[in-house]
Design a protein around this ligand. Structure first.
Ligand SMILES: CC(=O)SCCNC(=O)CCNC(=O)[C@H](O)C(C)(C)COP(=O)(O)OP(=O)(O)OC[C@H]1O[C@@H](n2cnc3c(N)ncnc32)[C@H](O)[C@@H]1OP(=O)(O)O
Ligand SMILES: CC(C)C(=O)C(=O)O
Ligand SMILES: [Mg+2]
Length: 511
């Protein structure tokens, strides 16, 4: 298998993203993780651009041993000198020099003729060769440059000693077919192309950075440049984790290897996100929070039967822990049963079905169903005793206003199978509910204790009501969790009455 070198520029091009500013300690931490990840080259910064960047590149060059460390420089002697001072401690000193070659950059930005640009590039490469064994030269905005001019300048810089030629699509304008064709053309036409590495450097302005990079590899690129999480100027650089995983998963067609330790990807991505403060979009390929999450019932059922039905990448491949199926409004019974069993609930089909119906009702109202919600729901089913006819609340409504007497109305299915409507007032909404439901049974129900707490966090957390009643000389506790505390209170009250009925039935039919 052909080897592709991975050139990571998270600390240089990635840091050029608006809003990112890494200090030296943070850069060293990321560089050490990039070394663990197994990248071939770490571009640690642009030493001539600031004393802080110089210091960071210098320290990284002295720290990292298993990856080559490089720094960026313009085709200016003082930039090359600063880079040498920063990098000379490295085991294999490497410099990355660049100069723009497109007509628009040469005319308006550099204000130089093509001849002057060739001369400046050659001089810079020759000067850098006095210090550095490894000299990478980049034709900035190569993709929008004249192809014949690229061949001319590349012939000259290769002859001057460049060891790598980078062909950036600086503004993310290329299509995969065009970018691949440019590599083929240059490899066929640049003199000495066989003796140097050709490198791809793609930006994602049109969302084609990954496809373009792969096209370059297919057409002979021996090195690819990018950043972790795809951070970088404007829409960013190509995301290296996407390249590494795509080349691994589809090795059947690409037949290349990168040396990347795939199981370090997740950790690297999280570190970069944390230190740069750039949140990863949830559906980002490979490292997004949802990249391996299945929510819909049909997918979950398939994944439980065989993960490969919907997973082309296993989370473990990139060092991601096991990801539980997400339970939400699109989930089905298979995933619900699986989670219940994982949580230690072995319910009969009937109870599981009842719990599932309650779960679906809750999922319609709540964005995220938490582990605590499930625990409450499943426990409620587990403690139900079958075969005793009970009360079932169909509806409860409370009218409340600061100037009105609170009034509650409830429709309840009785143990006899009748639908009964009851109404009562109270000094508060909860008392109105309790007074209303008390009419369902003969005699007085005394409320001994009543508490409401929240289950889980956030505004849409469930409210759990626990009530202790004394009825018929017996004390019984009822509980319920619902999204509304009044609903939870009504259901807890009926739950206490029902539990009283269950106890009475058990007493009447001793084993
Ligand atoms: C495509 C890329 O990602 S290129 C890398 C871009 N990264 C950065 O620019 C980040 C760091 N940059 C900086 O800190 C500053 O721009 C510095 C320190 C490098 C230079 O700052 P200043 O001296 O104030 O120059 P300024 O940024 O205003 O302009 C850039 C100058 O470099 C020149 N220049 C641009 N590219 C090159 C090059 N590859 N080789 C030589 N000169 C270049 C420009 O023509 C301009 O020259 P001018 O001042 O004679 O017109
Ligand atoms: C400095 C060069 C290689 C660059 O980042 C670009 O052209 O995008
Ligand atoms: Mg770039």
């Amino acid at each position: 298998m052909r080897k592709i070198d991975i050139f990571d520029t998270t600390l240089r091009d990635g840091e050029q993203s608006a809003g990112i500013n890494l200090n030296t300690a943070e850069k060293i931490e990321i560089a050490k993780q990039l070394e663990r990840l197994g990248v071939t080259i770490i571009e640690a910064g642009f030493p001539a651009s600031s004393p802080g960047d110089f210091d960071a590149v210098h320290r990284i060059a002295g720290t990292v041993k298993n990856s080559i460390v490089t720094g960026l420089a313009r085709c200016i002697q003082k930039d090359i000198d600063a880079t040498w001072e920063a990098i000379k401690v490295a085991q294999q000193p490497h410099i990355h020099i660049f100069l723009a070659t497109s007509p628009i950059h040469m005319e308006y930005k550099l204000k130089k003729s093509p001849e002057q640009v060739v001369e400046q590039a050659v001089e810079a490469v020759k000067y850098a060769k006095k210090f550095f064994p490894l000299v990478q030269w980049s034709a900035e905005d190569a993709f929008r440059s004249d192809r014949e001019f690229l061949v001319r300048i590349m012939n000259e810089v290769v002859a001057a000693g460049a060891t790598t030629i980078n062909v950036p699509d600086t503004v993310g304008y290329a299509s995969p077919q065009e970018y691949g064709a440019l590599f083929k053309f240059l490899l066929e036409n640049v003199k000495g192309a066989d003796n140097v590495k050709f490198s791809a450097h793609c930006h994602d302005d049109l969302g084609m950075a990954t496809a373009n990079t792969i096209a370059a590899i297919e057409n002979g690129a021996a090195q690819v440049e990018g950043t972790i999480n795809g951070i970088g100027e404007r829409a960013g650089n190509v995301a290296l984790e996407e390249i590494a995983v795509a080349l691994h998963i589809r090795k059947d067609i690409y037949q290349v290897q990168t040396g990347i330790q795939l199981q370090e990807i997740k950790r690297t991505s999280q570190l970069v996100s944390k230190l740069t403060n750039v949140v990863i979009q949830p559906n980002k390929a490979i490292v997004g929070r949802n990249a391996f999450a299945h929510e819909s019932g049909i997918h979950q059922d398939g994944v439980l039967k065989n993960p490969e039905t919907y997973e082309i990448i296993s989370p473990a491949l990139i060092g991601e822990g096991e990801i539980p199926l997400v339970l939400g409004k699109h989930s089905g019974r298979a995933a619900f049963r699986d989670r219940a069993e994982t949580m230690g609930f072995h319910l009969s089909d009937e109870k599981l079905n009842k719990a599932f119906v309650e779960f679906k009702k809750l999922a319609d109202r709540k964005k995220e169903i938490t582990e605590e919600d499930l625990l409450t729901l499943l426990t409620e089913q587990q403690i139900q005793v079958e075969d005793v006819p009970l009360f079932d609340l169909k509806m409860v409504q409370v009218q409340y206003g600061t100037e009105n007497i609170p009034t509650a109305t409830a429709i309840v299915l009785t143990p006899e199978g009748l639908e009964k409507t009851v109404v009562a007032t109270g000094s508060g909404s909860v008392e109105a509910i309790f007074n209303t439901l008390e009419q369902l049974v003969p005699g007085a129900v005394h409320v001994i204790d009543y508490r409401v707490t929240s289950v889980g966090k956030g505004r849409d957390a469930l409210g759990e009501a626990v009530i202790n009643i004394r009825y018929d000389e017996v004390s019984t506790t009822g509980r319920n969790s619902s999204q509304d505390v009044l609903e939870a209170s009504a259901k807890a009250y009926l739950n206490a009455i029902n539990r009283h009925l269950i106890q009475a039935s058990l007493r009447a039919h001793p084993v």
